[in-house]
Structure formats: C-alpha cells, structure tokens
Ligand binder design. Structure first.
Ligand code: AMP
Length: 196
C-alpha cells in the first residue's frame, strides 16, 4: 500500500477507467470514479441518481454541488485514509477548488494529476466500440460529441491549472493497456511522486 493521492484527467474514451483500476491495484488504494458512482445511483434510482440522470443522458456535467458532496463523503471513508485515485473528478474549476478544501480538511495534499492524452478520432472510435459492448446510454454518437465539447470547454483548461501547481504528469494514452500503465508508473517515479 502506497500513501499516494492521484487523479486522472483526459477526454472521455482516453482509457481513464482502465488505467485507474490498474493503478489502484498497483498502489493498493481505492479508485474512485464519479461516473461509476453516478451510474450506480441511476441504476438503483436513488435520490442522487434521479437528480443526476438527465444531465448524464444529455452528456452534461452533473452540477458541482452534487458532485462535490459525493466526493467529500467518499474520500472521508476509512479506505481512503492512506490515499486514493480519482477518475473523472475534478472536471470543473469549481471542483478543483472544492477538492483543495476537502484535502486541506484532511491535512492531505494531491501528489499528481495524470493526464492521459488521446486524440479525438481515437476516442470517438473507442467510444463507438464501447457503445456496442457495454450499451452505455451516453455513448451514442451525438452525446459523445457533446461530452467531448463539454470536456474541451470545462475540463481541458484544468490541465494548465495542474501544470501551474507542478502536479501535472502527461502520458500518451495510445498503445497496449499494459504499456500505458508502465508509462504512467515510470513518469510518477521520475517525478518523485512514488518510490522507484
Ligand atoms: P464518466 O463515466 O466519467 O464518463 O462520466 C459519465 C457522466 O457522469 C458524465 O458525462 C457526467 O454526466 C457525470 N459525471 C461524472 N463525473 C463528473 C464530475 N466530476 N462532474 C460532473 N459530472 C460528472
């Protein structure tokens, strides 16, 4: 188990979920995907799920207040005490600010923001494939295009924010899954975020 707090940032279809699971296993920390948590709540038609569903179906971000509350509660759980990996959060400037507040409450800091780079045509093709395999309602072609637009407008600017804070580690997201994990681990070691 490594005491490390990480987040993954990149467009939908960049492979964040896949890498999050592998990295979480490697470090012995929980992977926390806001998208998965929202989907689970929609499936179970909880109050949160009912509030989130229309935004998700439209490919819009769920409002910051709901998303921040969810993460606030999740990272306060005992399994997050020694670290965690966030997948798909923060997605807006307001969420970055909220996360900083939550970490400060825990006297903790973020160790790195890992950017997974993948070009638009590749992610659109991957999501087309995922739509067939998993039947996610927000993987239809028009919603995917919209999600990419929301990413470009609200989330991509955060990359500069993390760079300015000296937290950014940029990794090419193309290639075999195992290679990408190795690349990420190598970059985190080179940056001194984790021991080699
Ligand atoms: P994802 O599985 O990360 O692609 O997320 C699927 C959907 O869940 C997104 O299109 C949003 O509607 C919602 N969602 C996930 N994470 C967030 C977040 N951090 N802020 C707002 N909405 C989110």
């Amino acid at each position: 188990m490594s005491n490390v707090r990480l987040l993954l940032i990149g467009p939908p279809g960049a492979g964040k979920g896949t890498q999050a699971a592998r990295l979480a296993e490697h470090f012995g920390i929980p992977a926390i995907s806001t998208g998965d948590i929202f989907r689970e709540n929609v499936k179970n038609q909880t109050e949160l799920g009912k509030k989130a569903q229309s935004y998700m179906d439209a490919g819009e971000n769920v409002p910051d207040s709901l998303t921040n509350d969810l993460i606030h509660d999740r990272i306060a759980q005992p399994d997050c005490a020694d670290g965690f990996l966030l997948d798909g959060y923060p997605r807006t400037a307001a969420q970055v600010e909220a996360l900083e507040g939550m970490l400060a409450e825990q006297s903790a800091t973020l160790d790195a923001a890992v950017e997974l780079v993948a070009d638009v045509e590749v992610v659109v093709n991957r999501l087309r494939q995922r739509a067939i395999e998993q039947g996610r309602s927000d993987d239809s072609e028009d919603v995917v295009r919209h999600r990419l637009g929301v990413y470009a407008e609200q989330t991509a600017p955060l990359i500069d924010v993390f760079r300015d804070k000296d937290l950014l580690v940029t990794v090419d997201g193309l290639g075999p899954i195992e290679d990408i994990t190795e690349r990420i681990l190598g970059r985190l070691q080179a940056a001194g975020v984790v021991a080699s």
